[in-house]
Design a protein around this ligand. Structure first.
Ligand SMILES: [Ca+2]
Length: 360
């Protein structure tokens, strides 16, 4: 009986020591999100910290990245990581590579990487697991920059392979503007789109582009520079919307400005919305010629929709012509550190994932 009790006690002590070993390794992959083109190899780094007091042996790895065309190689862990960490010690370095085959599907992937070990140099318990993510992009067959003003056209309302479209309403309420005008207000090179909602002198909303290469003047707009579109909401508050649709997954920078154009000055709410709901930027225009700049970097899925919306500011739509300039640039890596991006990728993550977003 006593022997049995001792055995049970020994077992419990062993169990306790095993659990304490498991609990004492803090492990993070940083950065956990990387973007790579087909054919590239990405190297992931990590940080270990022994939060306990016992020496901890790091004896191996286990990993899960089940995806066509992706090959994980953990030889950097065995080459770089220490054999063991004493209590309180930490280490950072390169852990593994992921080789992206040229045929790997363009998508967002998720995997995990585990460190095996324990209190001696043989045991292979899972000490800690960390998730990592990967966006595969094409080998730059698409343009790297989309310029709202120079791309602006009335020849089709789905220009540049559908990247830009001109509409009214946000999110699921968005509809394409269907009436085009090659000479708005009788001014050469002032082209635009109009909506279906009747208002003063014409239908609204309105989106106008200055294709003259110089500043234009027309009724109630003393100066419309060539690097701004003019967006005017409708009498009922329906927004004038420039929509950009992500052609493929990746990190993109949205940089530009809103600016009052119509005399004496517009009173408008301006927003940048992702898929009609997430607010990437918002502000209010109640002056003439004072830029309201924005500069947002974001990780997008294919076909994510970004609405640059001008509303009437809740106080009527008169004189609400507001300028918008935006250049969308595809960048090669995730946004700079110290900031957050909401990556909405429910297909692979079963929910949204917080990564890094930059606000300026
Ligand atoms: Ca207003």
């Amino acid at each position: 009986m006593k022997a049995a009790k001792t055995l049970i006690l020994t077992f419990l002590l062993l169990l306790a020591s095993t659990y304490s070993a498991k609990a004492q390794l803090a492990f993070d992959i940083l950065p956990a999100l990387k973007v790579g083109e087909q054919g590239a190899t990405l190297t992931y780094s990590g940080t270990f910290r022994n939060t306990g007091t016992d020496e901890l042996f790091l004896n191996g790895t286990n990993h899960n990245l089940s995806a066509t065309g992706l090959m994980l190689d953990d030889s950097k862990f065995f080459a770089n990581a220490p054999v063991s960490l004493v209590g309180g010690a930490s280490w950072s370095g390169n852990l593994f590579d992921v080789a992206i085959d040229v045929s790997a599907p363009l998508s967002i992937y998720s995997g995990n990487f585990s460190i095996l070990g324990g209190l001696d140099n043989v045991v292979q318990d899972v000490l800690a697991t960390s998730e990592f993510n990967l966006i595969v992009t094409s080998q730059t067959t698409l343009p790297h920059a989309y310029v709202a003003t120079s791309d602006f056209t009335i020849s089709t309302n789905q220009s540049i392979n559908g990247v830009w479209s001109y509409g009214q309403g946000i999110g699921s309420g968005f509809t394409l503007l269907s009436y085009s005008d090659s000479q708005s207000y009788g001014v050469d090179d002032l082209i635009g789109w109009r909506g279906t909602l009747p208002g003063i002198g014409q239908n609204y909303p309105v989106i106008l582009g200055n294709k003259s290469g110089r500043t234009l003047s027309y009724p109630e707009v003393a100066a419309h520079p060539a690097d701004l579109l003019l967006l005017h909401p409708a009498p009922d508050g329906t927004e004038a919307v420039l929509r950009w649709t992500a052609p493929e997954a990746g990190t993109y920078r949205l940089a530009g400005r809103f600016e009052g154009l119509q005399l004496p000055y517009p009173t408008t709410d301006v927003r940048i919305l992702l898929n009609g709901s997430s607010v990437l930027f918002s502000g209010y225009i109640d002056s003439l010629g004072t830029p309201l700049p924005f500069d947002v970097s974001y990780v997008f899925r294919p076909n994510d929709q970004v609405d640059f919306a001008v509303g009437y500011g809740g106080n009527g739509y008169a004189k609400d012509g507001t300028g918008l300039d935006v250049v969308v640039t595809r960048t090669t890596d995730v946004p700079e550190s110290g900031t957050l991006v909401m990556l909405t990728a429910p297909v692979f993550f079963g929910g949204s994932l917080l990564v890094r977003r930059r606000w300026k």
